[in-house]
Design a protein around this ligand. Structure first.
Ligand code: 8YV
Length: 329
């Protein structure tokens, strides 16, 4: 019988993913709530060739204790928790789950745009507190801002950016601007998107959506001076990673009216601290990093991640992260 690689599954996954993995691998499963605690992972990792996880840091400390490790499969599209240089140094393959979550994350971004500009969360609380009195809705201080026909600026025109563009242009007749490391002629053609410098995008947009991956180049990418370039009527939406923004600068901009509001799925520290000042602001809509969190998409991500792990360990197909693809070629 051929050798079955030993893998550690560090969090619960759907039953069909587990049975698929069991066909191909010798599986050890963390069955308690949440992910395996780091100290236990560090203790156990030495025996395993493969690791299935989400969000756990793959760094020198862990890799030093993992002499057999060949592949790490993350149930996420973002892979900022992979220390790419350390993985390269040891030839450890890292995989992620692109494509399956694009539409789900794009839906959430539209929800954040609508919710912040039409003040859904704030006015939901208003109604539930019993504050809705006759005539209240004629009062301008309760009015919101339109999404349709407004100008949307997307920073980071990857696959998710494109899915947002499609909804914004085809569904809401928005004008589309984008900033990206490289021009995207097909996006310009399909959605009438216009390329802008970061500064011009910030100055012209009614909604600014940050959709860039977190890399050493994008840490604190949006700072005080950038909020100051935005319109006082503009909304800032972030569903990428919290560390791409200077959160303190965002808080100031929201407090002093530099911008009108924000819709946030991601935060500098997650879970967010209950005393974070963002949670005191009426002009911020917050959700707990649920961009990809629908039943179908999370199941699909877990299955893609399971297939990636088997593929990476057996020389089959896998979505290896771009920086490490040379390891499998
Ligand atoms: C993940 C995400 O599910 O895919 C990503 O990069 O941010 C989410 O969709 C989350 O990181 C938990 O794994």
């Amino acid at each position: 019988m051929s050798h079955k690689p030993k893998i550690l599954i560090t969090r619960k996954i759907p039953a069909e993913c587990l049975s698929y993995l069991k066909e191909h691998c010798e599986c050890t499963l963390w069955e308690e709530e949440g992910s395996i605690p780091r100290n236990q992972l560090l203790e156990q990792i030495k025996d395993y060739e493969g690791l299935l996880l989400s969000g756990t840091s793959i760094d020198a400390e862990l890799l030093d204790r993992a002499p057999r490790l060949k592949a790490v499969s993350s149930i996420s599209v973002g892979y900022n928790h992979f220390d790419i240089d350390e993985m390269k140094a040891r030839g450890v393959i890292g995989t992620h789950t692109p494509y399956v979550l694009d539409d789900t994350v794009a839906d959430l971004v539209l929800a954040l745009m609508l919710s912040s500009s039409r003040r859904i969360a704030e006015l939901d609380a208003f109604v539930k507190k019993g504050n809705w009195r006759r005539g209240a809705v004629r009062e301008e201080h309760l009015f919101g801002m339109d999404v349709h026909h407004a100008t949307l600026g997307i920073i980071g025109m990857g696959r998710i950016g494109e899915a947002i563009a499609k909804r914004a242009v085809r569904g809401f007749d928005m004008n589309l601007l984008y900033y990206n490391r490289s021009r995207k002629p097909d996006v310009e053609e399909r959605f009438g998107a216009e390329y802008r410098s970061l500064e011009d995008l910030l100055t012209e947009s009614d909604f600014v959506v940050l959709m860039t991956p977190l890399t050493p180049e994008t840490v604190r990418f949006i700072r005080k001076e950038h909020f100051e370039m935005m319109k006082p009527s503009a909304f800032f939406i972030n569903a990428s990673r919290g560390q791409t923004v200077d959160e303190q600068a965002l808080i100031e901009a929201l407090r002093n009216g530099t911008i009108r509001g924000a819709g946030l799925d991601v935060f500098d520290k997650e879970p967010i601290s209950p005393d974070n000042p963002l949670l005191q602001l009426d002009n911020v809509v917050t959700v707990p990093h649920i961009g990809s969190a629908t039943v179908k998409t999370r199941n699909d991500m877990a299955m893609v991640a399971s297939q990636n792990l088997v593929g990476a360990l057996t020389g089959g197909k896998a979505y290896v992260v771009p920086e490490l693809q040379y390891l499998v070629k």
